[in-house]
Write a protein that binds this ligand. Sequence first.
Ligand code: FEO
Length: 169
Amino acid sequence: MINQEIQDTLNSQMNFEMYSANIYMSMATWFDAKNLVGFANWMKVQYSEEMFHFTKFYDYINERGGRVLLSGMDAPETEWDSPLAAFENALAHEMIVTGRINDLVIQATEAKDHATVNFLQWFVGEQVEEEASVDGVIQQLKLMEGAPGGLFMLDRELGQRIFTPPVKE
Ligand code: FEO
């Protein structure tokens, strides 16, 4: 069983993962409206990543005999000044997620809940990848500044991204 405080924080993070999914789907709609379908595809894959994270928290809370509770969430933003602004927004968001995961690890460690600390290690590693993958696109967008064909080329590249669910441990 998990203690009530940890259950509450895990539920909060589970809901934050769904909020993250909503943000990325909102970004996908913005890119689709600009006919940047490759960027939109990248965001839709990111949506699936976040829903995978959501489900991972859901299953863990359940497995530990806790009660999964969905909550309401803020509406995501719908407009960005540029593709770069959208990805910079995404990176800022991922850094918030990383901070929340780190806080959860501290809380679980202080509660001597080793199972939750162990569960969270997957997310610690995942956040390194999440930040790196968003930052990779930011660096490409910055490099191509002023190159007219660059956005088109990058759009084609991002259109190749596919969602591959990680193997369940
Ligand atoms: Fe679920 Fe992008 O962190």
